[in-house]
Design a protein around this ligand. Structure first.
Ligand code: HEM
Length: 471
């Protein structure tokens, strides 16, 4: 296919294309994407994922065309979509397509404005203070930071998206924590195969009738959501969380003229926020804490900022959190160094010719944007990429970042809808942890980190222990 299009391409391995080493777990997806990016110097190149041709776009101007300028020609992910087999994913924002996606995105965007985030801050602070108590219990000892951050993320999303206090940080055995683990159980062959098929081999979804999320875990969450909703309606409770906001949308007639936002569609969004929000937020936080433990100067400077701002405001108010610019720089540098999904994808909706190039793509060809390569392998964009250097995002330096080379949340109308939520949740956690505790890498933690080849996300292999000292 690529030869006929005159596109430089990577010679495919029989059956597996460019993903042989991924399927056989010899290499992590993150390294594979970096390698493909690095092996070509052209604005784009071709690969095959199994038998499907994918155009890898390296040039930021072409990336802008796909994500933003000509968005309507590349609106969808090449993601499986089967309403009969998996209605929950079909009606979720991530899995939906065309007009269904447009309707949903239009409805859900107002849920994530800065004003709404501000209203949710008290719920986040409650969980962050439980996080600080949990860290305190481990002072003078070590703490497995990934597990703790996962409990924190599950507590926050349960509180904001399901209106329940899950108390994972307080309880060692929490039912909802088990559900979260089951939902994203990367150790299970069936789960991995299902997720892989949804993203890379949509035909398998129809053939094997796969669901994107574990069915029993998502059914549990739907029940919790519906029960909370009924109770709220009966008792007239208002909590300013996602449930209230989704419920408002359901009862807002103006929104419903063209699209019936029924109970299934509401629950689909809550379940999706739970699954899309937990692992992403907790891993980003765990990697930040790990980098802070290694880079003591960064940790020290961040603590100074957190303490000064706390003393000025007397609390972690919304304004205080927004004022912490170094905190913002640190979080951005984590997202640069550890872009969780490694790539973005889009599907070409119709025959499309890239202006100023000879290249015409056919309908349904997949596009892959190699975020791991852009963040890591181009000295022109991010020199010395292994160095954890928040200065890249300082006020003086951030204008030097070439547009469309920093894409941890994607870009354009289909970028991550939870970005503001994730950043606020992350900042609150870091502020609470850094104010009173110092962190060090424990002896049994690997430096540098080793990635788990069996997981498509950027996830470390084994545990991530840090030593905790109370200040
Ligand atoms: C650090 C945390 C997070 C990271 C790094 C992240 C990253 C991403 C990325 C890369 C995409 C694809 C964007 C694109 O294709 O242009 C995405 C989509 C999405 N994310 Fe996130 N995400 C995070 C947290 C969250 C949270 C907390 C939520 C929900 C509360 C969420 C909900 C979603 C949804 C619903 C989509 C699909 C949007 C659409 O198709 O319109 N994410 N995210």
């Amino acid at each position: 296919y690529w030869e006929s299009k005159n596109v430089p391409f990577e010679k495919p391995v029989f059956v597996f294309g460019s993903f042989y080493k991924i399927v056989t777990k010899q290499q992590h997806l993150f390294y594979r994407i970096r390698e493909i990016y690095n092996n070509f110097k052209t604005p784009y190149c071709g690969i095959y994922i199994f038998n499907r041709p994918n155009l890898v776009i390296r040039d930021p101007q072409l990336i802008k065309k796909v994500l933003v300028k000509d968005f309507d020609k590349f609106m969808n992910h090449p993601f499986a979509s089967n309403e009969k087999v998996d209605p929950l994913t079909y009606h979720s924002l991530l899995g939906s397509q065309d007009q269904v996606w447009k309707n949903l995105r239009g409805k859900l965007s107002p849920v994530f404005t800065s004003g709404k985030m501000k209203l949710m801050l008290p719920l986040m602070k409650e969980c962050a203070s439980d996080l600080a108590v949990c860290v305190e219990k481990h002072r003078g000892d070590k703490i497995e930071i990934r597990e703790i951050m996962k409990k924190y993320a599950v507590d926050i999303i349960s509180s904001c998206a399901f209106g329940i206090n899950s108390y994972c940080l307080k309880n060692d055995k929490s039912e909802i924590m088990e559900v979260a683990t089951k939902l994203a159980d990367f150790k299970s062959f069936v789960r991995n195969f299902s997720v892989f098929s949804f993203i890379f081999m949509p035909k398998f979804v129809d053939i094997f009738r796969l669901t994107f999320l574990d069915k029993s875990a998502s059914n549990y969450l739907i029940d919790v959501f519906n029960n909370t909703l009924r109770e709220r309606e009966k008792k007239g409770i208002l909590r300013n969380d996602l449930i209230d906001l989704l419920n408002n949308l359901k009862h807002n007639e103006a929104f419903n003229e063209n699209y019936k936002f029924d109970d299934l569609k509401m629950a689909a969004q809550a379940v999706q926020f739970f699954s899309a929000g937990n692992e992403t937020t907790s891993l980003t936080l765990a990697f930040t804490m790990y980098e802070l433990a290694i880079n003591k100067d960064v940790q020290y400077r961040l603590r100074q900022e957190v303490k000064e701002t706390f003393n000025k405001y007397g609390d972690f108010t919304y304004e205080a959190i927004q004022e912490m610019t170094y905190l913002d720089m640190v979080l951005n540098e984590t997202l640069r160094k550890y872009p969780l999904t490694s790539f973005l994808d889009r599907k070409c909706e119709n025959t499309y010719t890239f202006e100023d190039t000879e290249l015409t793509l056919d309908r349904n060809v997949s596009i892959l944007i190699p975020v791991a390569g852009l963040h890591h392998y181009d000295p022109e964009y991010f020199p010395d990429p292994e160095k954890f250097d928040p200065e890249r995002f300082s006020l003086e330096n951030r204008h030097k970042i070439v547009p469309y080379t920093f894409l941890p949340f994607g870009d354009g109308p289909r970028s991550c809808i939870g970005q503001r939520f994730a950043i606020l949740v992350g900042k609150v956690a870091l502020a609470y942890c850094l104010k009173d505790f110092a962190f060090d890498v424990a002896n049994n933690t690997k430096v540098p980190l080793e990635l788990d080849n069996g997981v498509a996300f950027i996830m470390n292999k084994g545990d991530l222990y840090l030593n905790v000292t109370k200040l």
